[in-house]
Design a protein around this ligand. Structure first.
Ligand code: HEC
Ligand SMILES: [Cu+2]
Length: 386
């Protein structure tokens, strides 16, 4: 993207310079040519002698020429803007949480970083970002990309690094006392080196962490494979269109999942009662991301969710009927078109998988019911800046 942004920038500079020089030259030329000479004050004024027709021609010219130039700039900039807003389908997914005053990044593999972002060269990367407090702005000057990071919603940014190396990462929105210290670096690596790095983290993947949350928060008491489940089936949900109470349809993306977890009553799935409690008090943004990664993994890879059956017995005993009818209606809405996102994500996850050996170790870890992925504040200290 940097090259395209730069070309437009140079074009703007060139046009501005040419126009600026022309105007300056005209000012100087006219000031000299039509300066007042001795005796001029006493001569009668004769007018400028431009015909009505000439005047009209000049008007057409000075309106038309800038219009053409501005339309070229608009068309060109719109192309670039559209490109910056449209991550390719095979983009690798990474999550970013901004807070006063640091950047926390989470890779699908489960590897976490603070004020650092490791990415492979030559691979489109899509960041899904949110803030835990105030407005921040994620800015990588060398890549010519910048997107505001807002509390309460997800924004995205994508880039494809074309060179190996380290690049500055800034917060570009004044966000409090230590705003100027909210800096870091983007480390672009050869794909091989990146995979090794990615596999070096401890703990399971994001989805595995999310799966644990899902069980420990009791989500599975309502969302499970049982026929009389009180909540809708979450398998294969991501990327589909869901029918809501009141007739609207929504696309299931990260924002929708986030809202469904933190403010479930806002959009109620058709055929269901708004019985799901809000988890706003129990979850921070990083945990919400883990849950989303888990729910995505249900749709993306088609792997069976391992929902612990504990506690669902008592839940089912009190479960009202309406849940089941709705589930059928919900399934019927599953559009065929919707699967693009999920399969794309599949690829991205595949591309970003750790190397065989390391990946096996990580999976083993998690399967053994191992520890939670270490907190970013760093007791695990897997590669965080000291
Ligand atoms: C008390 C039962 C219950 C629990 C516990 C519960 N949910 Fe729900 N959930 C529901 C019901 C009922 C709906 C459908 C109505 C609605 O949209 O609010 C729903 C809807 C959802 C949806 C939207 C599904 C769709 O098809 O659009 C998501 C995502 C979701 N829940 C995730 C979770 C997660 C994650 C947890 C745990 C943190 C959780 N739920 C805990 C009952 C529950
Ligand atoms: Cu900031």
């Amino acid at each position: 993207m940097a090259e395209r942004v730069d070309m437009l920038f140079y074009f703007l500079c060139t046009v501005s310079t040419i126009v600026g020089l022309l105007i300056s030259a005209a000012i100087i030329f006219f000031a000299v040519r039509y300066r007042q000479r001795p005796g001029d004050e006493t001569k009668p004024y004769k007018g400028v002698g431009i015909s009505h027709q000439d005047m009209q021609r000049m008007e057409v010219l000075w309106i038309g020429a800038p219009l053409v130039v501005f339309l070229i700039i608009f068309w060109w900039a719109a192309q670039i803007f559209a490109a910056t807003q449209t991550p390719p389908d095979n983009a690798m997914q990474i999550y970013v949480v901004g807070k006063q005053w640091m950047w926390k990044t989470q890779h699908i593999s489960g590897r976490r970083e603070i004020n650092e972002l490791h990415v492979p060269v030559g691979q489109p990367v899509k960041l899904t970002m949110t803030s835990e407090d105030v407005i921040h702005s994620f800015y990588i000057p060398a890549f010519r990309v910048k997107t505001d990071v807002l509390p309460g919603r997800y924004t995205t940014l994508w880039f494809e690094a074309t060179e190996v190396g380290e690049f500055h990462l800034f917060c570009a929105e004044y966000c409090g006392t230590k705003h100027s210290e909210m800096i870091g670096k983007v480390v672009v690596m050869e794909p091989k080196a990146f995979e090794t790095w990615l596999g070096g983290g401890k703990g399971g993947s994001l989805a595995e962490a999310g799966e644990k949350e899902f069980t420990s928060l009791g989500c599975n008491t309502c969302h499970n494979d049982k026929d009389n489940a009180r909540g809708p089936q979450l398998k294969g949900l991501f990327g589909k269109h869901v029918q809501l109470n009141g007739g609207h349809k929504v696309l299931v993306d990260e924002s929708y999942l986030r809202e469904s977890i933190l403010d479930p009553a806002k959009k109620v799935v058709a055929g269901y009662q708004p019985i799901m409690p809000s988890y706003v008090a129990q979850l921070n943004e990083e945990k919400v991301i883990e849950l989303i990664a888990y729910i995505r993994s249900l749709g993306a890879s088609g792997k069976e969710p391992e929902l612990a059956p504990t506690a669902s017995a008592s839940a089912a005993a009190t479960a009202p009927e309406p849940g089941t009818g709705g589930a059928g209606g919900n399934q019927a809405e599953d559009g065929a078109s919707a699967d693009g996102g999920a399969s794309a994500d599949d690829k991205a996850a595949g591309g970003g998988k750790p190397t065989q050996g390391a990946g096996g170790a990580a999976a083993g870890d998690a399967a053994a019911g191992g520890q939670k992925p270490s907190k970013d504040t760093g007791k695990g200290g897997e590669g965080f800046a000291p």
